[in-house]
Each structure stands twice: as C-alpha cells, then as structure tokens.
Design a protein around this ligand. Structure first.
Ligand code: PLP
Length: 459
C-alpha cells in the first residue's frame, strides 16, 4: 500500500519543533519538571522536550508548530470516538448551556449508571469519580470494607494509578524486584509509606504456581486480587488461556474478591469490557478513559452485596465532582454511541489491519518482534525470539532501542504513538471512517509502518 500523495505532503514533523521547544522552556519555569504528570516527562522520545498539541479533529492532531499527525495515542485511549466527535460536542454544549454543576443529585448520573449496568455484566451498583486513580481508591475501600481484610494482591508491572494505595511494583528494576516467582513489593516512588507497601503483595502475571502459593500464605488477610485484564501498561500483554478462569476459581474458593481494573479496557475490548470479552466475571470493576471520551470521568461498580456497605454509608466514598451533570452528559453520549452496532467492530477491524501490517512488514524485513493485544489496543514488542510477553520481567528484556527507532520514524512520517514501548497504540471510531481524512488513515499508516520497519532492520 502507498500513502496518499496529499497526506504524504501534509503529515509529520514538516514545520520543525521550535514552538514546542519554546513552550517547554516556559513550562519548565512554572510547572514542576515542565509537566503536569510525571509520566509525560518520558513521552518525548528523541526530542529533549515534548510536543505541545494544540488541536485535534477526528483521528488527527496538530502541534504548536502546525505539524499534523494521525493520533494513535488518543490520550491513552480516552478519546475513543476521535477528537471533536459531533454527538459528544453536542451533549457537552447543551450541558454547558444548562449549567455544569449543582452539587446535588442529578438525573444524568442516574441515566449513566443505568447505561453502565445495562452494558456490563455484574455492574449491579455504580459509583462515579473523576480519575482512574480515584476510582481505584473507591473500589479498594469497598473491597476492604466488605471483606474486613486489608491486603491486596496485584501483579508486577500492572499500573493502578499514582496514588499510594497501589503504587507498588509498577516498574521495579530487575535487581530490587526479587525472584520472578516471589517478587518483593517495591514502592513506585519516594513518599509512599512502608505500611502501604506491606499491604500490597506482588505476583508475576500468568504464573499460576506463584499466585497459588501467595494465596495459600495470605488467604485470611487478603481482601482482593486486582489486575489489568489486558495489561495496557505492559505493552498489551494478554492473559494466557485459562489464567483468568484460574484466578476466578481461586478467589471464589477463598472468599477473596476479584477486581478488574478496566480503566483502559473498559468499553473498548467489548461493550461489556473484559468481563464480556473473556467471559469471566469479576466482583468489582473500575473504569475511566474511554467512558469519558476525553473528559474526566471514572466509575467503579460491582456485585450488589459488595457495594451495599457503600450504599448503607458504612463504607464512605465521596467527591465534589462525582457524577456531575456535565461529565455525565458527555459519558452518556459516549456510551450510547459505543453501544450502537458496528462502532466497536469498526475500531477492532481497523486495529486488526494495523496489527497485520506491522507483522507483515516485520516478516518482510526480517525483524524479530511480536504484535500483541487486540484490535482497539495493541503494541509491537521487539523480543529476540518473536514470542509474546508472559509477564513484566519479559518486558524488561525487549529491545527498547529498536522501539525508539520505530517510533521516531513513525513520528517523522506523521504517525503519533506513545514513545514508551511499554504502553500501546489505540484506535478510535474516527480512524478509517469514510469522512474527512479518516478513510486514508489506514493505508497511510501501513505505508509508514513499512518504511519505519525498514529503518529498524537497518539499525
Ligand atoms: C490500567 C490503569 N489503571 C489506572 C490508571 C490511573 O488512571 P488516572 O491516570 O486517570 O488516575 C491508569 C492510567 O493510565 C491505567 O492505565
């Protein structure tokens, strides 16, 4: 496939990056580290400063220098309908004109909770928050309140937000992480108290024996096992066949709750998220990102009996902005669109095409790698044997230099993906659609992939 000529002359770093460089100098004087989130200081790739994105439309974004890119970062998967989706903009504008917040109950939060319960198996009772990290805190408190137990088992490398409660062993170095089958809990940052870290047990993903052993040792103290069903923060590492069933059975047998962090996978893998996609139902689920389509909305929900202490106010959960009508109106517009037949199917079809294109060009150029994930979210990992990752320790062995070359070559050609190989590509409903530039996105991206892979092979 060849890129369309008009797009070829239009996309990429054609106007230089001086404006972004200047904005970063200004930012560094007033924002700590020049950024608003620690993760963004590592999203710059080859440049010693980030690109300042000023506009998005459909599947495309523009930076402060006027460079245009096809966007596969999509605000880490949040912008699932594409930028400036018509229905979303209409809902937001109508609510702006009606008033954004009253600090009271509102009808839209009720409709939104009904929509979620309708779409997701097992979401009997819902609570709203504003960010993923906040909703994680709510769900963990619900699990501890219901079980009367304190400890949580999480998987090494899985990310559940920046707040203390689970900021443990997100990215440990191999040395301090301890043995593969019995990892040592490591705080993600200075400033996290020992007591918090001690309450978080760490297991390797896809490693049944190790999980069983930790569960045997700590069963009576464990409130929950939490996981990313597709590990978006480990380059879309998948659960091996039977692993989620295994966790479900072990948790049920021991009275330990199973929690899916569906902040990335929710309303993306399927209308009912991972619970529907894999057919294994957790006890509690957490959403953010896609649910708000680019606005700050999050939620957690679960079995009625587990959420009842929150309903009865014996387990507290609060927040000024929770379920506010502005964000609820937007989220409702997003979920109603995702629920329409064909929307997620088109996202997955286009994602599958891109995954195939990466595989084909890697084969063509003899570059060992594996493309893992599924349609709407995926990543290429440059593994020496071309095999998929099983767990976090495999991620540490991937060829980050090669990924950097691949990503930079794509950026120069106007294909915008995360600079970190441990993150993933996201596809929106605006990619590959017939209107505007969407129709040409895929063929253009496939051609850019081919060129980028050739550079990887030569490097
Ligand atoms: C799987 C997962 N859980 C939790 C979070 C935290 O969400 P937030 O950044 O909105 O607090 C993220 C953020 O990227 C995430 O990817």
């Amino acid at each position: 496939m060849t890129p369309s000529v008009s797009m070829k002359t239009q996309l990429g770093l054609r106007h230089g990056t001086d404006a972004s460089r200047q904005w970063y100098a200004r930012a560094s004087a007033v924002l700590a580290g020049g950024v608003s989130s620690s993760a963004r200081s590592s999203t710059t790739g080859d440049l010693p400063y980030p690109l300042y994105i000023t506009r998005g439309d459909g599947s495309h974004i523009w930076d402060a220098d006027g460079n245009e890119f096809i966007d596969y970062l999509l605000s880490y998967g949040s912008v699932i309908l594409g930028h400036q989706d018509g229905g979303l903009t209409e809902a937001a504008t109508a609510q702006l004109n009606a008033g954004t917040m009253f600090g009271t109950c509102n009808t839209l939060e009720v409709e939104l909770a009904e929509q979620i319960s309708h779409m997701v198996p097992g979401a009997d009772l819902v609570r709203f928050s504003n960010s993923g990290s906040e909703a994680i805190c709510g769900a963990i408190r619900a699990a501890r309140g219901f079980t009367g137990r304190t400890k949580i088992l999480k998987f090494e490398g899985h990310y559940h937000g920046w707040v203390d409660v689970l900021a443990v062993s997100n990215r440990p170095g191999e040395k301090e992480a301890g043995p593969l089958d019995h990892p040592i809990s490591q705080p993600h940052s200075r400033g996290i108290p020992h007591g918090i870290v001690d309450d978080v047990l760490i297991a390797p993903w896809n490693h049944r024996d190790s999980v069983r052993q930790i569960l045997d040792e700590h069963e009576s103290e464990l409130a929950a096992v939490i996981l990313e069903p597709v590990v978006a923060n480990n380059a879309c590492t998948m659960p091996e066949a039977g692993f989620l069933e295994f966790l479900r059975d072990e948790c049920t047998r021991r009275g330990v709750l199973l929690i899916y962090d569906e902040i990335v996978t929710g309303f993306r893998l399927a209308r009912g998220g991972a619970a529907e996609y894999f057919g294994i139902r957790p006890d509690l689920i957490i959403w953010s990102k896609a649910i708000g389509g680019g606005f700050p909305v999050s939620a957690f929900a679960g079995r009625r009996d587990i959420m009842t202490p929150i309903a009865a106010n014996t387990v507290k959960h609060g927040g000024t902005y929770n379920g506010n009508p502005f964000c609820a109106a937007v989220a409702l517009a997003v979920l109603r669109k995702i629920n329409q037949p064909g929307v997620l199917e088109s996202i997955h079809r286009h994602g599958d095409e891109l995954m195939d294109a990466i595989r084909k060009s890697a084969r063509h150029h003899g570059v060992p790698c594996c493309v893992q994930g599924m349609g709407g979210m995926f990543q290429v990992v440059f593994t020496a044997d071309g095999k998929p990752l099983r767990h976090y320790r495999d991620l540490l062995k991937t060829d980050a230099r090669r990924y950097g070359i691949f990503r930079q070559a794509l950026l120069e050609r106007g294909v915008h993906i995360n600079s970190s190989g441990s993150a993933c590509w996201f596809v929106s409903a605006a990619h590959g659609c017939d209107d505007a530039s969407g129709g040409a996105d895929l063929s253009y991206t496939c051609a850019a992939i081919e060129e980028a892979m050739a550079l990887c092979a030569a490097a």
